[in-house]
Design a protein around this ligand. Structure first.
Ligand code: NIG
Ligand code: FE
Length: 416
């Protein structure tokens, strides 16, 4: 075993158990972009045992920083044009998100702007937002479409998502969310739009390899559980990961439906019923908690975190970054809200943006934990206690370094 690089003088949070799999005074060696050795520094194999010859291994001393796996943001809407400042004003005056949506605003306002924007502009704007996430240690990002609602714009969004990440040290996993809202040109013709999604948009996205997942907004202002089921079933049988925006504003049975169709996650869940919790637990569907949206929309109900915990449902946490309900790319703020608003422990919140998020995206064999054989995606943190990532929410990210596929990323405070 020849090593490329070695990180020492570092405390590790491997994310391999409920107490974060902590190894103090640790070391990590990488080879070919993967973790080749990890453990306590005093157990490092001798150079000749490692077969590396000390002079060829690049050694990075981390000054006692904490290392976590690169964070995984498993639910975002980073590709969009325009902004919704006018809607923000309306909501501050008491108008609800649902009312704004029904009056042709909300998601549909962003659809109008996104349809009009060229692909390169969408990609450039999304790349900036990706940059914000990278500064918070994120190395894998799921990005949904859903502001196109027609064949061309949905595909344009998926292409923009891939293009945004192409030159950045981040893995982008695009998800088709064509069933995000009923487009105005299909008013009164719901089943015709669902046919378009199932028989044209979805097959085109799959055929061109543009989507790795499929998602549906299951809600009174969007699609019923029966409508959502038909889209998810088509997507899951085409080999995509299934996700559901479920039970966010009302109990629409989305969590239970996610379990029925073999989706990997049900997301939001403020109104999830006990029956939904149990169905998710039985089918091993993860909960994706999105405290940014609950905060921005002034939600009165929070997801049933204790019931999810009791039932053993895996809980991920994500930014839901989007121009309407969760205009946040500050992961520190999301972690803080996960604790203060939803009642997660700092450990649960940190597992939520690492191991649990990787499970949602089906990449747990590669990412989300620090282990031999996993991708060498690391975030280094200038903190004494990892709970600081949740409790101390400065404008500045405490990120001290980022490593993608075994290579230090420059320009983000990385020591190399
Ligand atoms: O996850 N809930 C539906 N979709 C997004 C909101 C998108 C928007 O308001 O633009 C969400 O919150
Ligand atoms: Fe969302």
């Amino acid at each position: 075993m020849n090593w490329d690089r070695l990180w020492t003088d570092v405390n590790l949070a491997c994310m391999t158990d409920a107490s974060l799999g902590v190894v103090r005074d640790g070391a990590v060696a990488t080879k070919g972009g993967r973790v080749a050795w990890i453990g306590r520094a005093d157990q490092l194999p001798e150079a000749d045992e490692a077969g590396s010859g000390a002079c060829t291994v690049l050694v990075t001393r981390c000054g006692g920083a904490w290392m976590t796996p690169g964070l995984v943001d498993c639910h975002t809407h980073l590709v969009f044009a325009g902004n919704r400042a006018d809607e923000f004003r309306r909501r501050l005056q008491g108008e609800s998100y649902e009312r704004i949506a029904r009056s042709g605003g909300g998601i549909l306002a962003t659809v109008r702007a996104t349809r009009a924007a060229p692909l390169h502009e969408l990609a450039a704007a999304a790349a900036k937002r990706l940059g914000d996430l990278l500064a918070w240690g994120v190395t894998t990002v799921e990005i949904k479409s859903g502001y196109g609602l027609d064949l061309d714009t949905e595909l344009k969004m998926l292409e923009a998502a891939a293009a945004a990440g192409a030159d950045m040290p981040v893995d982008v996993m695009p998800t088709l969310l064509a069933a995000h809202a009923l487009p105005p040109e299909y008013a009164g013709r719901r089943s015709a739009y669902l046919d378009l999604v199932i028989h044209e948009i979805l097959p085109a996205a799959v055929e061109r390899g543009l989507a790795t997942g499929v998602d549906v907004f299951c809600e009174e202002i969007a699609f019923s559980a029966a409508e959502a089921r038909s889209v998810l079933q088509a997507g899951v049988s085409a080999g995509l990961r299934g996700h559901v925006h479920a039970d966010q504003l009302s109990d629409g049975g989305g969590g239970a439906m996610a379990a029925e169709v073999g989706a990997r996650s049900a997301d939001h869940l403020e109104h999830l019923s006990q029956q939904g919790v149990e169905a998710m637990a039985r089918a091993d569907v993860s909960a994706v908690l999105l405290p940014g949206a609950a905060h921005a929309l002034g939600a009165r109900r929070m997801p049933p975190v204790q019931a999810l915990r009791d039932a053993g449902v895996s809980m991920a946490v994500a930014t839901d970054a989007n121009p309407g309900s969760s205009p946040f790319t500050n992961v520190g703020m999301i972690l803080n809200l996960a604790c203060t608003l939803f009642g997660l422990t700092p450990e649960e919140a940190l597992l939520g943006v690492t191991a649990a998020a990787a499970k949602v995206l089906g990449i747990d064999a590669d990412a989300g934990v620090l282990e031999v054989g996993k991708r060498a995606d690391f975030a280094l943190w200038d903190v004494q206690d990892l709970a600081e990532l949740c409790y101390w929410v400065p404008g500045r990210s405490p990120l001290a370094g980022l490593v993608k596929d075994g290579r230090p990323v420059n320009g983000l405070g990385t020591r190399s």
